[in-house]
Design a binder for this molecule. Structure first.
Ligand code: MD6
Ligand code: FE
Length: 212
């Protein structure tokens, strides 16, 4: 009986070579509390794209380096440009979550040095992009979703062509690496229906190995 039910609620869904969805992998209350400690030290802010437009998604970071965007471009920086202080350290429980999720997806020994936290209000979205500011593309990216669900779109090595639609719910972890590491992807929209412990926003934490 348990086996039959496990088939209905798989804990590991292969999406394509290099991409694995782990539904409900994380304890979202625990991760949310850890995220809140980071936001106290490094508040969410809307960064400007190199083209000069404010992003609809607000961001912050923790770890040795954090992802930043301004008129000079996209890059990883050791300090928060708002405070000029180092980014908050990555809490051990977050680093452990990323290592465990990557391992479960088949990527052993992943030790992130950076975590980008994205905050989406219901009207926010993220256009199709590649994650290519890291020094090495040999490591996966581990993506944790909290709060409102999102419609995530996965393209191929160009942003043209049909996208695979993946709904990311509270507590889901998506591991993204290997042959898919350079795939274009984006968040088409935030879904406001359905149960969500954060009723009016979605948080996404992406764990990266930015430096070699
Ligand atoms: C998001 N995620 O889910 C945006 N990037 O809000 C990403 O851009 C992303 O989920 C690289 C790998 C996995 C991701
Ligand atoms: Fe991305």
């Amino acid at each position: 009986m348990t086996d039959l039910l496990a088939g209905l609620h798989p804990d590991k869904i292969p999406i394509r070579d290099g991409v694995v969805l782990l539904p409900g992998f994380c304890d979202s209350d625990l991760i949310l509390r850890a995220a809140q400690t980071i936001v106290v030290a490094a508040p969410f802010r809307h960064m400007t794209t190199p083209g000069g437009r404010p992003m609809s998604v607000a961001i912050t970071n923790c770890g040795t380096v954090g992802w930043v965007s301004d008129a000079k471009g996209y890059r990883y920086a050791p300090r928060d440009p708002l405070s000029q202080r180092p980014w908050p350290a990555m809490p051990d429980c977050l680093a452990q979550l990323a290592t465990d999720a990557a391992g479960k997806a088949g990527f052993s020994d992943f030790h992130p040095d950076s975590c980008l936290i994205n905050r989406y209000q219901p009207t926010a979205h993220m256009g199709p992009h590649q994650d290519k500011d890291e020094q090495s593309f040999d490591w996966p990216i581990v993506s944790v979703s909290l709060g409102l669900s999102a419609l995530f779109q996965l393209y191929g090595d160009t942003r043209k062509g049909p996208a695979l639609n993946i709904r990311l719910d509270d507590g889901d972890v998506l591991v993204f690496g290997g042959a898919a590491r350079m795939n274009y992807h984006g968040v088409r929209k935030i879904l406001t229906q359905g149960p969500a412990p954060l009723p009016d926003q979605r948080l996404n934490l992406t764990f990266r190995r930015a430096l070699t």
